[in-house]
Write a protein of this length. Sequence first.
Lengths: 649, 216
Amino acid sequence: MTATPHNPSDAEARRLLDAARRSAPGVGESIGPYRLVEEIGRGGHSAVFRAEQLAPVRRQVAVKVLTDPAPSANVAIRFARERSVVARLRHPGIVPLIDAGEVGPPDAATPWFAMPLVDGESADRWCERVRASRAVRLRVIELAARAVAAAHAMGIVHRDLKPGNIMVAGSPADPQVHVIDFGVAKLLDPGIEGGDGLSTRVGGIVGTPEFMSPEQGNLEVDRVGPASDVYALGLVACVLLGGSIPGARSGAERSSRPMGERLRAAADRESPVISQLAADRSLRGEIDWIIAKACSREIGARYANAGALADDLARLREGQPIVAAPKDSGYAGLYALRRYRGPIAGVAVALAAIIGALAFIVSRESARAESEAARNQRLSALLETARVQLTPLTGKNRGDVVDDEKAIPLVEMMYRINVELLGTEANETQQSALVLARSYDRVDRFAEAEPLYRGLLDRAIAQGRKGDQAYLRFMLGGSLRRMGVTRAAEARQILEDALAYWQTLPNPLPATCGALLERAFVAGLEDKLDEQREFLERGIACTEATAQEGHIRRREALGFMGDFLRARGDFAAARDYYGRALAGFSPDSDLLGRRWHDSWRGELLWMDREEARKAGVEFDSAREAEFEAIVDALRKRDPTNMRLKHWAP
Amino acid sequence: MLEAIADGRSHELAAELMRLYAHPLEIYFVATSFRSLGAPSDIVAGFFCSRLSQPNWLVDWKARHEIDRIPLRRWLLNSLNFYLHEEHRRQQRHELPLEAVGLLPVSGVARETPERQFEREASRSIVREALERTRDACIDCGQPVHLEVFMRHFIGQEPYETLAPALGMSATQCAGMSRTVASKFRRAIGGILVRDGADPADLDREIERLMEALRE
């Protein structure tokens, strides 16, 4: 039937023409003062066009037209209501109504309305295209929540929030966010034109099941309110931060699923844990909590409205404590610790209180008092709080490893909690054992680090994980080397084993360079100076192959060679290496960088001063002052610093 | 229209005009007192040759259209009238037998004027052409079933409720598919009418004119 051309009779042709007449205007046609240029979106009953207005002003607008030629009462009412809702809303994040009307013959009039054209794309596509950072993605969600909050303040619930209804334009530095499509909005105030009576009458399934709250999925129309939008915004956050909708299938699979099944999935959806969904530990803590609160299955446990969600996101952005944190997580205390860590002298007191709370929960008394599930839940929350709050106490790029003696009990407690919750064999537990061992190392508690390293190494050997074996040997060798000359031989053998494995690889790894430098230090302990020089040179070559110019690892290797040469009295060569280590290095870098900078600069000044002394000439007073300042700074940071000894007059 | 000429697509344009309006013009010709001038298809073909070979003929229509919005099909009809007069005079000059060139009275029993017959046939032709374009568009974008639903509903007058079970769909789905095709059909009709000189803002009234022309 479809392949053969049809020659319609006059009556048939009239019916066809009537269908065309009742069909809504399309591209090329004009509606009021707007010429439809391009269809930019189409739903079941309406379409949105990019249109040109030629007079009285020339501009581009978006015109939404009801395309259903025989709309049901529900459809017609919803279209009229959307027009009315948009006309009421005034917020920079909501596209305003600029014109409205009807087109076509009176018996088949097509309603339409016009809005300014938003030159943007859906939130997920925009984030993908501009490779938005996590902070920018959170900002987009916050701005969308602000716009939705304006609607909530007017008694309007959007009911169909999803990335496609959040349009974003502009740059990552200044994202322009607009919430669109109030086509299925619910009006809470019965006094508003098309208010709640109408909503009830319209009823039915509204929204997109994959972004529906449980109450929407259950079609509990009366329970749908601002918190339903909050839930949807939480799911949007899952998409923007984690790349997928909790429990949802791919687009094609989704659309082929029966509506009933999709609604059931929405009704039964568990509160998402974004860090697990995205398999990204860095989302744990505050972001997990915010999304969990937004997407709580219980309406009362969610943020009351989108404004409250936006406020919490703003707090997160500004570094303020968020309200979504679980009450028993010790978050408030730890937050205070994080914020005031520098100025507060009594950090240890704050830590002790938190560690005390953790210790109690891990204790047997607590085990007796609580059910296992409840206890585990509390432990998990505490563990996460501890991990999040430890972040500012850890060194840059060192994961959870801390370099502050005061934080060690917290890391120990995290390890104990993991043992308690997951057992000694779990990967998480092993990971926290490594963090604890490295933290011990950082605060010179080598004897406590050693058994942990050895335990981890034994496991890696048993499981045949060669890469991990080499890395753990490097760690253990370094730790033993720092114990002094008595463990030097052991350290040498362990480091040689690690290097032997890495030499079988086509390219060196950053850890290989570290092991070469450690090996040089061991040679120094053993007084094998030629060997030490050889390993330092190999270490420098290795860092040049694995790290970019100016990287701290390269600078450190050069600085070590400077130290070696300076100790041998070869000041000219030492100056060259110190100079290369310092080239382009800002003294305003992080703590570690500043320490190295002061050390190498101090060595340069010290050598100059020594040479001046030997030559019997006066040392420049300005440089003397600079040297003294460096000595003071190093002493304050670490009075046991070895350099202070040889710098002493 | 003028863009088509400027782009060197005047052959394509001429073919379209002939495809759409040759038959309506033949119907018109047969209904006039000039019908003895020759075979309808020869006369109309001669007319198109004569007019479409004049480079400014369509440009003139466009200029005129700017003033009085005369549709192209009316311009064609007027031009055909001029052509028939010219042809009549030419045949007289060549002293053809009087009975062969004499004007025949318009049949007294004819129920419709030649213009009305032309309009009816032109409307049919426009609908046919639009239907062809819609069919091509549906097949191009993989919507043959949509087209089938549309045709069975609007031509076969089958209600969606009856159609739906046979196609394994719901009535709502059928209605949605049919709407999609109706939009395409509207676009196709609109394309033809706008090329014919209709104002895009006045498309609904133009469609109603076509419907009116098709009434008994």
